[in-house]
Design a protein around this ligand. Structure first.
Ligand code: ADP
Length: 276
């Protein structure tokens, strides 16, 4: 089988647990060929770990997308986009490509920062990205925003949100309960427009989980590119990220990234599924 090519349109996390670094590491774990169109560079203050986000000029993003599309990605993933203009560019990149899959990770806040990157972005994601998305991967907060339902606290509310997000055009929706949902398990809800499936693993330590969301979406994209169905792709991705979280590590007093290679090199966590 020929090598599958994946483009991520995302930001650079200098600490390299999240962002395009997480994407590339994850793509590599699946033996796919990762490419990047960079939207912004995030550096951290070593004293406080405060995030410093520098957007790149839009012309530079355009050039990168042009380069990557000429190489012919089989799948495209989005990460931190940051502005409405970039959101539109990401949508257009997929439309201009021959990629079969578009995975939208609707990143709204940088971990550790509470501030929503830009509230207008949510509307732009709904308008430009959801109608094209093969799979959208919101966490609990993002699903509340994309559905307009606000704070979600139960599986029933997650189902309602998934249905609205699906109606807004995303073909498949996975809402990550993750560490935000009150439960002793890590629960994610998958919806394909007909059926709801609950994906479950044990909940592991959550101090060193920086990059979990990016890694999950990247693993989903790699699995799609390799020919798995959307349902199979999210189940595989959840096992991959659960292993990465369980073996997350302390980088410094502020942050600890997931271990992207843990699934292949340390331990494979099993995922259980149940129709709900
Ligand atoms: P974050 O927003 O914290 O980056 P997400 O909520 O996006 O993380 O979750 C990414 C994936 O990791 C989801 O499949 C979620 O269920 C899983 N996950 C998050 N926290 C944990 C944990 N403590 N233990 C096991 N799985 C987790």
């Amino acid at each position: 089988m020929s090598l599958k090519k994946i483009l991520t349109i995302a930001g650079s996390d200098t600490s390299a647990g999240a962002g395009m670094q997480a994407d590339l590491k994850t793509f590599q774990e699946y033996n796919t060929y990762g490419m990047v169109a960079l939207t912004a560079v995030v550096a951290m203050d070593p004293e406080t770990w405060g995030h410093d986000v520098t957007p790149l000029p839009i012309e530079l993003l355009d050039k990168q997308i042009k380069t990557a599309l000429s190489i012919g990605p089989d799948a495209i993933k989005t990460g931190m986009l940051g502005t409405e203009e970039i959101i539109q560019r990401a949508a257009k990149a997929f439309e201009d490509s021959d990629a079969a899959y578009f995975v939208v990770d609707p990143v709204m806040v940088c971990k550790g920062e509470d501030e929503v990157l830009n509230p207008g972005n949510t509307d732009a994601m709904i308008k430009y990205l959801l109608p094209l998305a093969t799979i959208v991967t919101p966490n609990l907060f993002e699903a509340g925003q994309l559905s307009g339902l606000g704070k979600l606290t139960t599986i029933e509310q997650m189902k309602e949100a998934a249905e609205i997000i699906h109606q807004r055009g995303a073909k498949h929706v996975i809402i990550k309960g993750g560490k935000a949902l009150e439960s002793d398990k890590a629960l994610d809800l998958y919806y394909d427009g007909d059926n709801y499936t609950l994906l479950t693993t044990d909940k592991f330590q959550s101090s060193y989980n920086h990059g979990a969301g990016c890694t999950f979406a990247a693993a989903t994209t790699a699995n799609l590119a390799l020919g798995k169905s959307p349902r199979e792709a999210v189940i595989a991705a959840k096992g991959f990220v659960a292993s990465a979280i369980k073996h997350g590590w302390k980088m410094n007093e502020f942050v600890g990234p997931v271990q992207h290679g843990a699934y292949n090199n340390v331990e494979k966590i099993e995922v259980t599924t149940k129709e709900v």
